[in-house]
Design a protein around this ligand. Structure first.
Ligand code: PNS
Length: 174
């Protein structure tokens, strides 16, 4: 029998920044697939808090001990990137019912664009069902604690960004 083709999944997202919810999904995906590519969206129209390079550096640092987790960037259509990587599946995290409508729309649209690519939904641990990059940024910007919501490395980076923003605005350091 010819050797089995490795089962590769792409986990796409903005990851601005990477949260413990994302980390949880990546660990689960890395157990399920031979190889998982965390694909950081480069969106020149949006102005993210962290540049694509910074988001990649963070994710590489967090997953430096996981050989089957690869961090890459992508732009353009997700299905084109998935095909280009020879992947079989797209992984997305589903936290709550509120995620479902948007995720279903994307999954079905991606299927319409390429019928051979499946979307696999994974649920994070309950502790992360309410964690989002958006809220984490807001809490950090207002001087709140994001301890336990993001990896320690992200926490440090968030603090540096928040301090830099406060210094630019001439306000107190959070
Ligand atoms: O973390 P996010 O912001 O929810 O991720 C959204 C992402 C990157 C998966 C989505 O915006 C995307 O796939 N963008 C690439 C452009 C594309 O393929 N659009 C059509 C999707 S149906």
């Amino acid at each position: 029998m010819p050797p089995r083709k490795p089962c590769v999944a792409v986990y796409p997202g903005s990851f601005d920044p990477l949260t413990n919810g994302h980390v949880d999904i990546i660990h689960r995906g890395a157990k399920l697939f031979d190889h998982i590519v965390v694909a950081v969206l480069v969106n020149r129209k949006k102005s993210p808090m962290f540049s694509a390079e910074e988001r990649v550096t963070i994710a590489r640092e967090v997953f430096r001990d996981r050989p089957n987790v690869e961090i890459d960037t992508f732009q353009g259509l997700l299905v084109d990137y998935v095909k280009h990587r020879g992947a079989n599946a797209i992984v997305r995290g589903l936290r709550a019912i509120s995620d479902f409508e948007y995720e279903m729309q994307m999954a079905l649209m991606n299927r319409r664009l390429d019928v051979n690519i499946e979307t696999v939904f994974m649920m994070p641990a309950e502790a992360y069902t309410y964690v989002s990059s958006h809220l984490v940024k807001e809490i950090a910007a207002l001087g709140g604690s994001v301890d336990g919501l993001v990896p320690t490395f992200v926490e440090t980076q968030l603090r540096a960004k928040t301090r830099a923003a406060a210094a630019r605005a001439g306000g107190p350091k959070p």
